[in-house]
Ligand binder design. Structure first.
Ligand code: ADP
Length: 487
């Protein structure tokens, strides 16, 4: 084995190259698809208007509530904005009982959520709670309600800052009677049934939360322009001129204040180029897609985000393992490796993307950390140094392609909005384990950005990228604040 193994790994790695000319084609196509998305509904890039029409500058003040329903847990938190770019956050996390996710009614689910808000208020804000109850008993009309931002990570059709109808459930939820209903109204009526001092002020998408949180915590002259997530999935939101969102005219029920002339758009870029006119592909990408539960959709996300990179690598490694000439991960003359049948290498989705970060980070001569990672993730004992090098070559290729692809929506949005021509600094907030932990993810992304002529080295220098945590906490609170000022 050895040199032929490395040779084959390098050949496969070559299939993941994504050169400058393809990045540029990707950007041109993204601009085309994003224009279509701003013009009408039902396009590949959804370009969803969020009805959030201003970004914070760090001076916002007040106490707000935020809740997050998007997976197995329900998070409730209160956020105190100090008005000086800092905040304090108190939160609780509750596991959602399985029977409420899939077999109950929407009333059961939303009453459960409202009860969690009630216990949170009783524990952390009891004075406010009791004062409200007392005023109600005395028949007072005076209201002192908490404004709440509701992060709801399921597909919704939004028609106002706190109005959005559920299109369909995903991620194991299935409560048919909620589909087609306004989820903010459902939560509000459950809250009212328990007489809680809470107003559902905003429906929040997590990328918008990321943008808002970044804009509050590190304000510049103009606020943050774009928020992006590279975690389990990938998506982004940016500030668009309202006059460019021509489909707003067709939304008869749309309701918003247009005094800023701007609105944040949730791009839903995970579905960029679902029809594969410009996205790069390999046999591993194609097979991953064919074997997934949603073939043909989220095609950009399937090449970029944490949920998929481990699976792309697993398929590439498996092809080396099955190549009889190479002897990869097989006990033979040059390697002590024995691969157990139960290894995650043989299990679909068995390989976590954190393995890629661990492998990429190891620059030691004998690749000690790669060996440890292969043992921890795949139960591979004593891999040879050549085998580790082969893994490293593939990891690097897959990770680098993902980072370079990530530059496509960023460059396209910057070019389409002409932002680099008008602003000295363009601020971008990012979140997600991939961008946070994969070594040099930002570096590869910036390299590809510079290869786009309309960005170039000069544009790259204007781009400030920072991690923005807690979009569904402080970000949602800030959207509730903006919404309460609008209303
Ligand atoms: P989410 O996007 O679900 O809110 P994260 O941002 O933590 O949460 O992303 C989770 C995804 O990131 C998973 O797909 C996981 O495989 C991947 N991941 C976790 N740790 C790392 C890491 N150290 N490097 C790269 N990817 C990681």
């Amino acid at each position: 084995m050895s040199s032929s193994l490395l040779h084959e790994a390098t050949r496969i790695a070559g299939q993941f190259e994504y050169p400058a000319e393809q990045v540029q084609r990707g950007v041109a196509e993204y601009i085309k698809q994003s224009d279509e998305g701003l013009g009408k509904e039902g396009t590949t890039l959804s370009q969803i208007p969020t009805f959030v029409t201003a970004v914070p500058n760090g001076t916002e003040k007040g106490l707000y509530l935020a809740v997050d329903l998007g997976g197995t847990n329900f998070r409730v938190c209160s956020v105190l904005l100090h008005g000086d770019t800092t905040f304090s956050l108190t939160q609780s996390k509750i596991l959602i009982p399985r029977e409420l996710m899939a077999s109950g009614t929407s009333k059961d689910l939303f009453l459960f959520l409202a009860r969690q808000i009630e216990s949170f208020l009783r524990i952390h804000h009891n004075e406010h709670f009791e004062a409200h109850q007392l005023r109600r008993q005395q028949g007072s009309n005076e209201e002192d309600l908490f404004d709440l931002g509701f992060t709801f990570s399921f597909p919704v059709r939004q028609c106002g800052i706190n109005r959005g109808t559920l299109i369909r459930w995903t991620k194991g939820f299935n409560i048919p009677d909620a589909v087609g209903h306004d989820v903010c109204a459902l939560l509000q009526s459950a809250i009212d049934e328990l007489s809680l001092p809470v107003r559902v002020a905003a429906l929040v998408n997590d990328t918008v939360g990321t943008l808002m949180a970044r804009s509050y915590t590190s304000p510049g002259e103009t606020g943050t322009f774009l928020g992006a997530i590279f975690g389990t999935g990938t998506n982004g939101a940016y500030v668009e001129k309202t006059k460019n969102i021509s489909k707003l005219k067709d939304m008869k029920d749309a309701h918003f204040d247009n005094s800023t002339g701007e609105m944040i758009i949730n791009a839903e870029w995970g579905s960029f180029d679902n029809h594969m006119s410009v996205l790069p592909t390999t046999v591993f990408d194609d097979e991953l897609d064919a074997d997934s539960n949603n073939p043909g959709v989220q095609m950009f996300e399937k090449r970029v985000s944490g949920m998929f990179l481990g699976e792309i690598l697993r398929r590439a490694l498996l092809s080396l393992h099955h190549n009889a000439d190479l002897g990869m991960f097989k006990a033979n003359k040059t390697s002590e490796t024995v691969l157990p049948e139960k290894s995650m290498l043989f299990r679909q989705w068995g390989l976590d993307t954190s393995l890629l970060s661990a492998v990429e980070a190891d620059s030691s001569k004998d690749l000690v950390d790669v060996k440890t990672a292969l043992k921890d993730h795949l139960e591979i004992e004593n891999p040879s140094t050549e085998e580790c090098q082969a893994v490293k070559v593939l990891v690097h290729a897959i990770g680098k392609r993902a980072a370079r692809l990530s530059a496509v929506p960023l460059a396209a949005i910057l070019v389409h909005t002409n932002k680099l021509a008008t602003d000295e600094i363009v601020d971008i907030g990012v979140d997600g384990s991939l961008v946070e932990f994969y070594p040099n993810f930002e570096g590869h992304m910036r390299e590809a950005l510079r290869e786009v002529p309309q960005v170039g080295a000069a544009g790259d220098k204007k781009i400030r990228i920072g991690i923005s945590k807690d979009g569904s906490g402080v970000g949602a609170a800030l959207i509730a604040l903006v919404a309460s000022k609008d209303g």
